[in-house]
Write a protein that binds this ligand. Structure first.
Ligand code: EPU
Length: 337
């Protein structure tokens, strides 16, 4: 374990933003992690997983800890279910592929989401009708303060849409070291009702899909809509889909009769932020090295050498415009640092 100085974080964030970390260390064992956390010399620390959900707007004057814990193991299994434990530093999509290759069902709709296993619970990643919480069994996390390992079960995590305890009460207090998933071994519960999946399976001429087929369909949809961060820097959805009251939504329908919505519990509906941003005229807009993606307006992109502050300014302009046009505040999903 080597602590390096003045390291560019460009390779460590999917936006591909250059910012410098004063100190940087990559840890590959729990012991190393405990040791580094106990050092008093670096009071300011930033925990980095896959770097897929953050926008760096300035240099980080502290120690960046890159969590590089690896390993996937079966904890227990019976005829129907298997508990699989994956270390935090495993790449999320590679973990999904491990599940698909072993015919373990439950995470196939979450194929190709950038990031690592250990950061996936923080924002309860979700796509195409499935969220991480649906297969989450438990996770272990090290307390930054005590360096002790604690176990969190599903209830402890307070999962919600793109949210968990790790983004709220426990923010910055824990580093997730591994996650255990409960996956099906047979009679997989397939989620194909999300519109685009059903139509993609049709295009593929598949009537009785397997989890492999669903994964392929999801990969194909994502590749057609979402930019590959290795080619164009981005952080997936930059904003969350806002929740508004049905009353407000009905009022908006008078002026915007094609405004889509998803029903959620109670008196509220969720509106696709991508639709609002497109309606406001931002879709595909490019400002020098940064802009709004041409196929999915929720995604802000870095075409090369954009600064984090450029992207932040654009996001604020979008928020202001949406608020003026629709009276709706769209909250950023990514962490701004
Ligand atoms: N839409 C537009 N214009 C756009 C984009 C979307 O009009 O440019 C409207 C369309 O009406 C479309 C609807 O929004 O039918 C929904 O679009 P989509 O299916 O792409 O889903 P989304 O709500 O925009 C969410 C997630 C994505 C996830 C998809 C698929 C959030 C913030 N985003 O996007 O997650 O892949 O559903 O399940 O909830 C991510 O978090 O990084 C991410 C990509």
């Amino acid at each position: 374990m080597k602590i390096e100085q003045s390291i560019s974080l460009k390779p460590y964030n999917t936006f591909g933003i250059h910012a410098t970390a004063s100190y940087f260390v990559s840890v590959s064992t729990i012991e190393e992690l405990k040791q580094i956390l106990s050092l008093k010399k670096y009071p300011k620390k930033l925990i980095l997983g896959g770097g897929s959900n953050m926008l760096l707007t300035q240099n980080f004057e502290g120690l960046v800890i890159h969590v590089n814990l690896k390993g996937i193991e079966i904890v227990s299994e019976d005829e129907n279910f298997v508990l699989v434990k994956a270390a935090a530093g495993e790449n999320w999509h590679e973990f999904v592929m491990y599940c698909i290759n072993n015919d373990f069902g439950g995470v196939e709709n979450l194929s190709l989401i950038p990031g690592n296993v250990g950061t996936a619970p923080i924002q309860n990643i979700g796509a195409y009708g499935v969220e991480l919480k649906d297969t989450f069994e438990s996770c272990e996390a090290i307390s930054v303060e005590t360096q002790l390992l604690e176990t969190f079960n599903k209830q402890d995590c307070h999962f919600d849409y793109r949210n968990s305890i790790f983004k709220n009460e426990a923010k910055g207090n824990y580093i997730i070291t591994n996650v255990t998933f409960k996956l099906s071994k047979q009679n997989h519960k397939l989620h194909i009702n999300y519109g685009t999946i059903a139509s993609e399976l049709e295009v593929m001429h598949i009537k009785n899909p397997t989890i492999q087929d669903i994964s392929k369909a999801v990969i194909s949809i994502r590749e057609s809509k979402l930019p590959n961060p290795k080619v164009i820097g981005n952080s997936g959805s930059f904003f969350k889909n806002p929740v508004v009251s049905k009353t407000h939504y009905n009022k908006l329908l008078q002026n915007f009769e094609d405004m889509p919505s998803y029903p959620i519990s109670g008196d509220d509906v969720k509106i696709p932020a991508g639709w609002l941003i497109e309606k406001a005229g931002f879709k595909g807009k490019r400002f020098g090295d940064y802009g709004v993606h041409k196929n999915q307006a929720l995604v802000l992109v870095n075409y090369g050498n954009a600064k984090g502050s450029d992207i932040l300014d654009l996001s604020q302009l979008i928020q202001k415009t949406i608020e003026q046009l629709f009276g709706i505040y769209i909250e950023a999903e990514v962490n701004i640092l």
